[in-house]
Design a protein around this ligand. Structure first.
Ligand code: SF4
Length: 388
């Protein structure tokens, strides 16, 4: 349990995200956590990198609760987590999980520092994520593995050894945490890499040797379309094999971009795979030479935007609305078929059709719309369908 969110076992795959604000800036961080939470992030991670950040954490939690945002917060610790969690008990208490990177628990006393964080997790009854990243791998362990494999200095082609090291680091750290006294079911593991094939390979291997819940994510996925496509390709394959209990899409935001995009992408991956529904699915064809003007694209976009805007209200008032399926199609070729398959769908007239738009409800032709207000009338029908 991360706060009141279950991860692993038969629990639904959880979508999480991470802020990019300075945690010491309380108002900025509260604002972004609230935005991510509104977008549907079920857990939000914040960096806790220094004393100011650690001091800010309980105030962030308090301000969020005043705004009715009770999304569990995870503290991301590197290098000095053992110091911060010991010196700032209110920070430890306010967090719902600690993320530990075994490669970044300090240059000296690595295991001791790791154990100190685990002791704080036991004291405050918090779970931990042992998050191994190939970009911050335990160098001592890597050197040892390379040595065993007679591959010093580290050659590029020794990825296999790096993967062995990542897995060994995760497994050893989990064992150490349990030796310190942390219950096994309080440990989540991640083994992030930045290449799609590498990620698939390492998570398949990890899933084969461990029964801890797995946090899935392509680290440093990249910007815009590249990050979205790479994350979808990697996570799609793994999730489809039943690997992964919580996901985070690590997109580099475009300048001025919306941080919550990573939450929507995560939700859409799960929804496209049929694993979880978050919002009514809008099926729209790509349009082609048969599409009349841009009206069809505009209506599809308008309906999608309307659904997104209304979801925070609908979710509470109409349970199950997220399982709905709406179709907005461009012409008679596939329009009636897709519309019949949807709960409610409209087939707009193509270039050579009469200016009429049949609407299908629950697979049956209900009405044919025409004139200048087709979009508005379809939206009213959509509202009626949801309210019925
Ligand atoms: Fe083109 Fe019609 Fe197919 Fe849409 S449904 S892509 S408009 S042929």
């Amino acid at each position: 349990m991360v706060g009141d969110v279950a991860i692993g076992g038969n629990a639904p795959v959880v979508v999480q995200s991470m802020t990019n604000t300075d945690t010491a800036d309380i108002d900025d961080t509260v604002k972004q956590v609230a935005e991510l939470s509104d977008a549907g992030s079920e857990v939000v991670r914040i960096t806790v990198n220094n004393k100011d950040a650690a001091k800010a954490v309980p105030y962030i939690k308090e301000k969020l609760l005043k705004k009715n945002v009770d999304t569990p917060l995870v503290g991301d610790f590197h290098y000095n987590g053992h110091v911060l969690l010991t010196e700032f008990p209110d920070c430890a208490q306010a967090l719902s999980k600690f993320r530990i990177n075994p490669g970044n628990t300090g240059t000296r006393g690595r295991d001791k520092n790791f154990s100190t964080i685990v002791e704080q997790a036991i004291r405050y009854d918090k779970p931990v994520r042992i998050g191994v990243n190939w970009g911050s791998l335990d160098q001592q362990l890597l050197a040892q593995k390379m040595d065993e494999n007679n591959q010093l200095p580290v050659p590029k082609e020794s990825k296999e050894v790096m993967m062995d090291t990542i897995i060994e680091s995760a497994v050893r750290s989990s064992q150490l945490a349990q030796e310190v006294g942390l219950a096994k079911d309080k440990i989540i593991i991640s083994c992030k890499m930045s290449g799609v094939q590498d990620l698939i390979t390492i998570y398949r291997r990890m899933a084969a040797v461990s029964d801890h819940p797995l946090h899935l994510g392509l680290t440093e996925a990249g910007m815009g379309m590249k990050g979205i496509v790479a994350s979808s390709a990697a996570l799609g394959i793994l999730l489809n094999e039943g690997i992964g209990d919580t996901i985070r899409i690590s997109l580099t935001p475009m300048p001025g971009g919306d941080r919550a995009e990573e939450v929507r992408v995560g939700q859409q991956i799960l929804q496209s795979l049929g694993i979880r529904n978050f919002i009514p699915q809008v099926t729209a064809c790509p349009g082609c030479g048969r599409t009349k003007s841009t009206y069809f694209q505009e209506l599809a976009d308008e309906i999608q935007g309307y659904i997104r805007e209304m979801m925070p209200i609908w979710r509470d008032v109409y349970p199950g609305v997220e399982d709905m399926h709406v179709a907005v199609m461009g012409c008679v070729v596939n329009g009636p078929g897709e519309s019949k398959y949807a709960d409610i769908g409209i087939s707009l007239p193509g270039t050579f059709e009469e200016p009429k738009a049949p609407v299908y409800v629950d697979g049956e032709h209900r009405v044919t719309l025409s004139g200048d207000h087709i979009g508005k009338e379809f939206r009213t029908m959509l509202d009626d369908y949801i309210m019925k």
